[in-house]
Ligand binder design. Structure first.
Ligand code: F6P
Length: 346
């Protein structure tokens, strides 16, 4: 698909959970498209919902000014999955059909999808149906397959690290075990990085099976060694037993039952996703946005921009779709953390 032979008309949408840096990416792709390539940029509202309902507006270069440092997304987002049910053989054919029709009616030559794993899957399915699509990976979780880094991750790690830093003094005053739960869905990237940066004594991530007794033994030993307090950093996606609402709540209860030590819990939650992006995320989002516009200019569709070994590149969307990039057991950071005495509950 794609009608024009001259300057292209591109649609941009942001889908899935928001994260710091999305506006920087919209600005990066939009400004590059307009300034460098003389393209027309259409902002689509609220992710795939906007394509289904045909809610969009043209973005001028000045509309894209002043948004670099703002959190969230000026376009709005949603968790709409137009192909929901396709895995179970019961796809809702109506929504993909509407998207195809509206893509045509809006005169788009390419659709830029800024999102995480779910968004890249939808983007890949739309590409399979003949739409010209380019993906930009974003999520605080850093779990998009095919790229070493997603923007949003660095900001979330900064926020989580500051939260852990602030727990140290109150933990010390009261001689308590402080448990902090961080986001990341099924991946432990935020917990691993913020746990190390914040000096967590115990780090529990979904990718590493932990033993409650090992955690208890380790914390008891710290008390015997005159360590007044401990910080336990847990990922939201770790295995918990029973009906506990949060991973932090579960671990706090288990630790106090097994050790008799006083525990307190903090669930950091959506604070990790809010506010202004870190400088590193602003730079990464700008690089991704600009690289996406370059791909479109070369008519290299069906690809997601990515970072490999600090270089910006791109990968086929169909390779990304349906996969999750988890922390591997041999990640060198785990070995380094163990080397300084950090426990992973193993
Ligand atoms: O993917 C980002 C993320 O914040 C995850 O870390 C978390 O599990 C999930 O989104 C929360 O989703 P929602 O915004 O639907 O509550």
């Amino acid at each position: 698909m794609g009608k024009s032979t001259g300057s292209q008309r591109i649609g941009v949408l942001t889908a899935g959970g928001d994260c710091p840096g999305i506006n920087a990416a919209i600005r990066g792709v939009g400004k590059t498209a307009i300034v460098k390539y003389n393209m027309t940029v259409i902002g689509i509202s609220d992710g795939f919902t906007g394509l289904i309902n045909k809610e969009y507006t043209e973005l001028s270069e000045s509309d894209l000014s002043g948004i670099l440092t703002i959190g969230g997304t000026i376009l709005g987002t949603s968790r709409e999955k137009p192909y929901k049910g396709a895995d179970k053989g019961k796809p809702d054919v109506r929504k993909p059909l509407l998207i195809r029709e509206h893509y045509e009616q809006m005169g788009l030559d390419c659709l830029v999808c800024i999102g995480g794993n779910g968004t890249m899957k939808t983007a890949s399915l739309l590409a399979k149906e003949g739409l010209n699509v380019v993906g930009i990976p974003k999520t605080i979780d850093n779990d998009v397959w095919g790229t070493d880094k997603t923007f949003g991750f660095d900001s979330a790690v900064n926020i989580a690290t500051e939260a852990i830093d602030r727990l140290h003094s109150t933990a010390n005053s009261h001689k308590r075990i402080m448990i902090i739960e961080l986001m990341g869905h099924n991946a432990g990237w935020i917990t691993l990085y913020a746990g190390i940066a914040g000096g967590g004594d115990v780090i529990l991530i979904p990718e590493i099976d932990y033993y409650e007794e090992k955690v208890a033994e380790y914390l008891t030993k710290r008390v015997q060694d005159n360590k007044a307090y401990s910080i336990v950093v847990v990922a939201e996606g770790i295995r918990v037993q029973g009906k506990e609402k949060s991973a932090a709540g579960y671990i706090a209860r288990v630790i106090s039952e097994l050790t008799g030590l006083e525990t307190r819990q903090t669930v950091l939650g959506y604070i990790q996703r809010g506010g202004t992006p870190s400088p590193m995320d602003r730079v990464l989002a700008t690089r991704y946005g600009s690289a996406a516009a370059d791909l479109i200019a070369r008519r290299e569709y069906g690809r997601m921009v990515a970072m490999k070994n600090y270089e910006i590149t791109s990968v086929p969307l169909e390779d990304v779709a349906g996969k999750t990039r988890l922390v591997s057991a041999d990640n060198p950071l785990i070995g380094k953390a163990k080397g300084i005495g950090t426990s992973f509950g193993t």
